[in-house]
Design a protein around this ligand. Structure first.
Ligand code: SF4
Length: 320
């Protein structure tokens, strides 16, 4: 008989990498292949230290701003979160060759913002202050064109210039439930407000939250593999707690598992944020296997088949 306590791991599916993250990492790797080292990347290409360290080893250099790049002749890549318009403008003025790894679903929100602005709408952006995606989206338009709303209270306080000329957009990685509460307040106060044609919260965020909602109430502990600065990973922790998990923790690596806090559960759920590679999920599951007699069950609520094309320059380079 095994001396280890028994444990069931419920593995969430879908989890981990989304199509935008796969594309962004691919862009850096292909750029290194085609243009050699170094390739500069403005901001963490995706919010995951393991991914960033791996790309650094392959020859990528990460900077926060373009003025940290000493050589204008090397390629620079913009991260999946998107950038304010001032960034490509600066790169162009320096005659830099840049590749934009902005997720197409973030670009879609940028285009919506531009369209609303052209139509004379004041824009409410539902999102988290300081997140690079929010900085990038707000930076698509002149100052004052977009007002950030983070909470239901913000939505109650917001005073538009003209309630008849109002639109809202959202960050792609928000909590589906919290956002719908904010939208309800905006719709009650401003019935004429224009909504996105299709939900801005992306398919990957929605699907990862959906399966966590399904699993969480069956688990004593829900583990989310992801980085503290990853918005969609943080939201998965909140969703797990709201959906009935006794405890939920965000961990970057197995070494961060707090065994005294985890205790002796019978059921643990594991998921991963959209920027966390599967190898880290396996590492966390293996750490449990060392301490428990583990049975693993996958709970699949959706299958995903989304993929995005690489930028034109890289497709052309590959064809040559
Ligand atoms: S989380 Fe969604 S918006 Fe963000 S990179 Fe992935 S697919 Fe794109």
């Amino acid at each position: 008989m095994s001396a280890k306590p028994e444990l069931t791991i419920l593995l969430a599916a879908p989890r981990g990498f989304c199509a935008g993250v796969v594309r962004a990492i691919d862009i850096v790797e292909k750029a290194l292949e085609h243009y050699g080292q170094p390739v500069y990347v403005r901001h963490e290409i995706v919010h995951n230290r393991y991914v960033v360290e791996d790309l650094k080893r392959k020859g990528a250099i990460f900077v926060e701003e373009l003025d940290e790049i000493p050589d204008d002749h090397r390629p620079v890549i913009f991260s999946a979160h998107g950038v304010p318009k001032s960034v490509p403008a600066e790169a162009t003025s320096r005659h830099m060759f840049y590749l934009d790894a902005t997720c197409p679903l973030v670009s879609k929100v940028h285009m919506e913002a531009a369209r609303h602005h052209e139509d004379g709408h004041e824009i409410v952006l539902i999102g988290h202050a300081g997140h690079p995606e929010v900085v990038g989206t707000m930076g698509q338009l002149p100052e004052g064109a977009i007002t950030l709303v983070e909470t239901v209270e913000d939505a109650r306080r917001f005073m538009p210039r003209d309630a008849a000329k109002l639109a809202y957009i959202t960050q792609t990685t928000l909590s589906v439930d919290d956002t719908s509460e904010i939208i309800t307040v905006l719709l009650e106060r401003f019935p004429a407000i224009s909504a996105p044609h299709k939900e801005d919260i992306c398919y990957a965020t929605t699907n990862r939250q959906e399966v966590v909602r399904e699993i969480a109430h069956h688990c004593e502990v829900m583990l989310v593999v992801g980085a503290p600065n990853s918005s969609n990973s943080q939201r998965l922790v909140e969703v797990a707690l709201k959906s009935g998990a006794r405890d939920a923790m965000l961990v970057q690596r197995a070494s961060e598992l707090d065994w005294s806090r985890i205790g002796r559960p019978e059921r643990v759920g594991i998921t991963a944020g959209a920027s966390a590679p599967e190898i880290l999920v396996e590492e966390v599951a293996d750490a449990f296997r060392e301490r428990f007699e583990v049975t693993t069950e996958t709970v699949q609520t959706r299958t995903e088949s989304v993929s995005f094309k690489l930028p034109r320059q890289l497709r052309q380079a590959a064809a040559e």
